[in-house]
Design a protein around this ligand. Structure first.
Ligand SMILES: Nc1ncnc2c1ncn2[C@@H]1O[C@H](COP(=O)(O)OP(=O)(O)OP(=O)(O)O)[C@@H](O)[C@H]1O
Length: 244
């Protein structure tokens, strides 16, 4: 990587009891770069996001951000320094409106952050601003989660499975929007099962399996890789040629 990394993850190990969910994972992300993190169920993608965001502390390895070691920093300190995330299962304040949820998150905004109004427009939730969060469907709740993350003004956003439930047109729009964020120097790590969506976003993916990185490169090359194919055997998810 020619650019100075924004994030460096080195040989991360995370165990639950005797089980190694992450077994020596390393990666780097540059400012404004989109990295796709893919792999079968249980391969460790969300656990890695949890380690990078500070929800989990690893049992081994190092996390560096902007050149500083943050391995054991709590989540809120990372957020103050520009790392934010979405969750696979969002937990908005259900009895507040969409706008109120975003405004609350905006209290923690860094200088230059997008305003609540801007992120609501950006995520397509402006028309739902006055609805209670509990009335949103699951993909709208994911968009609200993204809006809340974006309004804090992050430099690195960890996006955990945003595509589920979005239609083809919405997916296309979302991919466009996320690429715009990257154009504005925001880096993204996108955990995703929807490989067509990943393919629209970036040509750099890491494929994980059983807590390890098994491939790094483009999805097109991943689809030709015998180890990746074996992992996805019987699953047409690696057929990126058919996705738009
Ligand atoms: N808090 C936890 N306690 C015990 N085991 C856990 C915990 N979190 C994750 N694991 C286990 O670690 C492994 C990796 O899980 P993880 O959720 O990171 O996988 P994933 O690749 O994100 O899967 P998916 O695509 O299904 O979300 C799984 O076997 C999971 O059961």
């Amino acid at each position: 990587m020619s650019r100075e990394p924004l994030l460096l993850v080195d040989k991360i190990v995370k165990t639950f009891g005797g089980f190694k969910a992450l077994d020596g994972v390393s990666l780097q992300v540059a400012p404004g770069e989109i990295l796709g993190l893919v792999g079968p169920n249980g391969s460790g993608k969300t656990t890695l996001i949890n380690v990078i965001s500070g929800l989990y502390h690893p049992d081994g390895g190092l996390v560096q951000y902007q050149g500083r070691t943050i391995t054991n920093w709590p989540m809120h300190r990372r957020a103050r320094h520009g790392i934010n995330r979405t969750f696979q299962i969002p937990k908005p304040f259900k009895t507040l409106t969409v706008a109120e949820n975003v405004e609350l998150a905006h209290h923690f905004a860094r200088p230059g952050a997008m305003t609540p109004r801007e992120v609501l427009e950006f995520t397509g939730l402006a028309d739902a601003a006055d609805r209670l969060a509990q009335s949103l469907n699951s993909s709208q709740q994911k968009l609200l989660d993204l809006a809340r993350a974006l309004t804090t003004g992050p430099e690195l956003v960890l996006v955990d499975e945003l595509a589920a439930g979005l239609g083809p047109h919405e997916l296309h729009q979302m991919a466009d929007s996320l690429r715009h964020l990257a154009d504005r120097a925001m880096a993204l790590i996108v955990v995703e099962h929807h490989l067509g969506f990943v393919n629209q976003l970036t040509d750099r993916v890491i494929v994980m399996n059983a807590g390890k990185e098994i491939f790094e490169g483009s999805l097109a090359l991943a689809a030709q890789d015998p180890i990746v194919s074996a992992v996805y055997l019987g699953n047409d998810a690696v057929d990126v040629s058919s996705v738009q």
